[in-house]
Design a protein around this ligand. Structure first.
Ligand SMILES: Cc1cc2nc3c(=O)[nH]c(=O)nc-3n(C[C@H](O)[C@H](O)[C@H](O)COP(=O)(O)O)c2cc1C
Length: 368
């Protein structure tokens, strides 16, 4: 039914407008007590076998919403109501900024993909921290906070900008993500080079500890699928060296491999990060490589082109303890998380593994 609705209504609408409209509806429903309980009961059922422990947190499931959907933490309960068991808000930057000029989000429907060059449009770390501080959670959801660099801040001062965000946001974060992989902020991805990344992650770790001294906020880094394999290894080694809690693989890609001309040459030529189905193969490859390198020492989060339970299962076998998605939600609609959870529980039951934790990385371990 959603697919008819998508084709009739959303497809004709500008993608960013459609996003805001849909998100407003979700938030509206989540504000009505009886209704939200009903919707959550239908869309966020609990499968005992999907319970997951990761980053020192207890989750109902390994599946959550990737960063970028709720940049300002305005709809965490709405997304939890739809079945996303963790919601990664952001990217939040040190200072508020409008992002790139519109139009900046493009649907490639035939390829089940999106291209975006949003450019971290967000209200800034002060406003988002205030919102999180005053939030009364309705559903028990893990809230990850993803931070990035303010565009106007020179690259030489990037560390200070991240530190500012970390200090403000760490107290409200179940986990904190240093995003150095968005293709839409000039120079950002250069921070993935180990020489830049080491001081950045060290400073953010210290900032988080200062801001939230009572607990150790888990710290993760989110990487691009466009890194060369040796650079993936270098980030993995650095993460182990620094005692980082996790790596999120991957962000969107600047490559256009895997895209036919099905979506029309105009959309394909747009600059920005490509997400959705065409990203699947490379994200999975990066994840496998990371797991082969770090094993169980670091929590891996698989994201990029996950469309269904089978995709999520493949990520788990490749080493992901948590999985996330964004683009497929646009095409699959509000029942997406429910269907994925049901399928994932069934997949586990018919597998040789007693628990999800047993399945994590199993495929990489057997081929090693
Ligand atoms: C419109 C849009 C905006 C995004 N914004 C962010 C962001 O602000 N920070 C971030 O780390 N990732 C961002 N992402 C990347 C997603 O979190 C995810 O890594 C990527 O889309 C791959 O997953 P998917 O194929 O399931 O969409 C964005 C993705 C999309 C489509």
């Amino acid at each position: 039914m959603y697919k008819y609705f998508f084709h009739l209504v959303f497809r004709r609408m500008d993608p960013e407008r459609a996003h805001h409209l849909a998100f407003r509806w979700i938030r509206l429903v989540a504000r009505v007590p009886g209704l939200r309980t009903f919707v959550a009961a239908v869309l966020a059922p609990r499968h005992r076998e999907l319970r997951t422990e990761a980053l020192g947190l207890r989750l109902h499931s390994p599946f959550g919403l990737a960063a970028g959907f709720d940049k300002n933490a305005v709809g965490v309960d709405g997304m939890a109501m739809l079945g996303f068991d963790h919601v990664e808000i952001g990217t939040v930057t040190g200072e508020p900024q409008p992002g790139n000029p519109k139009k900046r989000l493009f649907r490639l429907v035939a390829d089940r993909a999106l291209i975006n060059r949003m450019g971290f449009n967000n209200e800034g770390s002060l406003a988002v921290a205030a919102r999180l501080a005053s939030r009364t959670p309705v559903f028990r959801t893990v809230v990850g906070v993803n931070i990035g660099k303010t565009k106007a801040v020179p690259e030489a001062e990037a560390v200070g900008d991240y530190v500012k965000s970390a200090e403000r946001l760490a107290p409200y974060a179940d986990y904190l993500v240093v995003n150095v992989s968005s293709p839409n902020t000039p120079g950002l991805r250069d921070l993935q080079a180990v020489d830049h990344l080491r001081p950045l992650l060290t400073a953010v770790r210290e900032a988080a500890d200062r801001a939230a001294p009572a607990r150790r906020v888990p710290l993760l880094v989110k990487i691009a699928p466009d890194l060369a394999d040796e650079d993936v290894d270098a980030v993995a080694d650095l993460a182990v060296e620094l005692g980082l809690d996790g790596i999120i693989a991957t962000n969107t890609t600047i490559a256009r491999a895997g895209l036919g001309l099905r979506s029309g040459p105009a959309a394909v030529q747009e600059t920005g990060g490509l997400s959705g189905a065409p990203l699947k193969a490379r994200s999975l490859q990066v994840l496998r490589r990371l797991y082969a390198r770090v094993g169980d020492r670091i929590t891996l989060v698989g994201v990029g082109g996950i469309e269904n339970a089978e995709d999520a299962w493949q990520r788990i076998l490749a080493g992901a303890t948590l999985v996330q998605g964004y683009s497929a939600f646009v095409y699959e609609g509000p029942f997406w998380a429910r269907t994925l959870h049901k399928g994932l529980a069934a997949r586990l039951r018919t597998s040789p593994y007693a628990t999800l934790a047993d399945a994590v990385g199993a495929e990489v371990r057997t081929t090693a």
